[in-house]
Design a protein around this ligand. Structure first.
Ligand SMILES: Cc1cc2nc3c(=O)[nH]c(=O)nc-3n(C[C@H](O)[C@H](O)[C@H](O)COP(=O)(O)O)c2cc1C
Length: 216
C-alpha cells in the first residue's frame, strides 16, 4: 500500500478487537517510531498490552502511541507531523488508528517523561472491529486562497491535506501559493490546532512531493 492509498483508506477507528499487534508489525512500527524520534528530538512511545487508559473513551484499546517531547512552542506541531507519519505507516501495516485528546492523567503512568519534556496527545492503534467510515469533507475551493494559475503539485498537496484527520473534523485550514513558489498554510486557532497544522503539513508534503522548504 502506497502512502497515497493509506491516506485514502485511513479513517478514525474507535472500536478494536482483542488481538495483539503481530510481532512483525510491532517491530516495524517501533522502527518507524525510533526513526521519527531521532529525526525530530521527540519522545514518542508505543505502549502495548495496557487496557486501562482508553477504557472510558474507546472500546478494546490496549495499544497506543504517546506523543511527548521537549516543552517548547513547536511541540504540538512536531507531534502532529510525526504522529501522522506514524499513523499512515501503521495503516500500511494493516493497523487502524485514532488520534485521541486523552489526558496524561488517564494514561496511568504508562509512559516516561524526561526533564523538560511535556505530554501532548495520544493515538490509539490496533486491529479495528472495522476500518472506520468516510466522513464529510471540505473541498479544494473551500480551503484555497487563489491568486493565479495553480500547478498540479499544489493541487495534489491540498487534496492530500483534505484527507488528513483534524480535531473534531474541523478542517479549519487555508492554503495559499505565493508568487515565489512557497506555500502559506494557516489554521484557525482552537484546541489542538497546532497538532492539526503538523498533520496537514505532513499530508501536503507527501501529496505534493515537496519537502519542508516549501513552507513560507
Ligand atoms: C488532534 C486530534 C485530536 C483528536 N481527538 C479526538 C478525541 O479526543 N476523540 C475522538 O473520538 N476523536 C478524536 N480525533 C479524531 C477526529 O475526530 C477525526 O480525525 C475527524 O473526525 C476526522 O475523521 P477521520 O479521522 O475518520 O478522517 C482527533 C483528531 C485529531 C487530529
Amino acid at each position: 500500500m502506497t502512502i497515497s492509498e493509506a491516506m485514502v483508506q485511513r479513517h478514525s477507528v474507535r472500536k478494536y478487537l482483542d488481538r495483539p499487534i503481530s510481532n512483525i508489525a510491532r517491530f516495524l512500527l517501533e522502527g518507524c517510531i525510533t526513526k521519527c524520534n531521532e529525526e525530530s528530538g521527540l519522545h514518542i512511545q508505543l505502549i502495548t498490552g495496557e487496557p486501562k487508559a482508553f477504557a472510558l473513551m474507546f472500546s478494546g484499546v490496549s495499544n497506543y502511541i504517546v506523543l511527548a517531547g521537549p516543552k517548547n512552542d513547536s511541540l504540538d506541531e512536531l507531534c502532529g507531523y510525526y504522529g501522522e507519519k506514524i499513523v499512515l505507516f501503521a495503516q500500511q501495516l494493516g493497523l487502524n488508528t485514532c488520534w485521541a485528546g486523552i489526558s496524561a492523567a488517564s494514561l496511568v503512568g504508562a509512559f516516561d517523561l524526561d526533564d523538560g519534556e511535556a505530554y501532548c496527545i495520544s493515538i490509539a492503534v490496533g486491529y479495528g472491529e472495522d476500518h472506520g467510515n468516510e466522513r464529510s469533507t471540505k473541498v479544494f475551493d473551500d480551503v484555497v486562497t487563489v491568486s493565479g494559475p495553480l500547478p498540479a503539485w499544489f493541487r495534489s498537496g491540498v487534496d492530500a491535506a483534505l484527507l488528513a484527520p483534524t480535531a473534531m473534523n474541523r478542517q479549519s485550514f487555508r492554503f495559499e501559493l505565493l508568487d515565489d513558489g512557497h506555500v502559506r498554510v494557516s489554521v484557525r486557532r482552537g484546541v489542538f490546532s497546532r497538532v492539526d497544522l503538523g498533520i496537514i503539513k505532513y499530508h501536503f508534503e507527501e501529496g505534493s512531493g515537496k519537502d519542508g522548504s516549501v513552507w513560507a
